[in-house]
Design a protein around this ligand. Sequence first.
Ligand code: 5GP
Length: 200
Amino acid sequence: MKIKRKGILFVISAPSGAGKTTLCREAANRLDNLEFSISYTTRPPRPGEENGRDYHFVDEETFLEMVEKGEMAEWARVYNHLYGTPKAPLLKAIEAGKDILLDIDIQGASQIKAAFPEDAVTIFVFPPSLEALRERLSKRGADAPQVIKERWEKAEEEMAMYPLFRYFVVNDRLEEAIEDLIAVIKAERHRVERIKETQW
Ligand code: 5GP
C-alpha cells in the first residue's frame, strides 16, 4: 500500500524561554521526513550560529527587498530585528509531501495559518510556569540584560495568545513534552484529507 500525501507545515510558537528550540530539535531528530524551515533575519549571529544553517543572516535592505518581491511567506519585527520565512521552500515541501517545522514567533504563526489554512498546523508551547520562564531567560546567557528584560515583559502577554493555536504542549518534563509533540505530528500525518494519491 502506497500513500502519497501533501507536506505539512508544523508551526511552533511559545513565549521566549519556554524551551521550544530544544523540543523542535528533538522532534526533528526522532522523526523522518521533518526538516527545519531556515528563516531570514537581520539579527547578528550569536557565537556558534552558522549562516545558512541556523538562519540566513542578511541586512535590512536585502530583507525588505525580499518582502517587496513577495518572497516571504510571513515576516515580523521581533525584539527590534526582522525575521521572515521564505515562501519557496514551503510550497516545494507541501508539493513533495515533506514536512517542515517552523520555529517562529506568534505574529508569524498567525500569518502562516492565514496563508496556508489547510497545510499549516499550529502548536503552542507553554513553559512549566512564568517563574521557570524567568529563570531560563536569565540563565541562557546569550543576551544582554536589557534584552532579557524585554523578553520577560513580553512573555506574559504572549502566554495569553494560546487560543490562536490548534494544539498545545506543556514543556514541564522534557521527555513527556517531546512525546506529546511527536503524537501531534503523527496524528496530523494520518489525516485522510491530506492524501493525494493511493496505490494498491
Ligand atoms: P532568536 O533571535 O532568539 O533566534 O529568535 C527570536 C524569536 O524570533 C523567536 O521567538 C523565534 O521563534 C522568532 N523567529 C525566528 N525566525 C522567525 C521567522 O522567520 N519569522 C517570525 N515571525 N519569527 C521568527
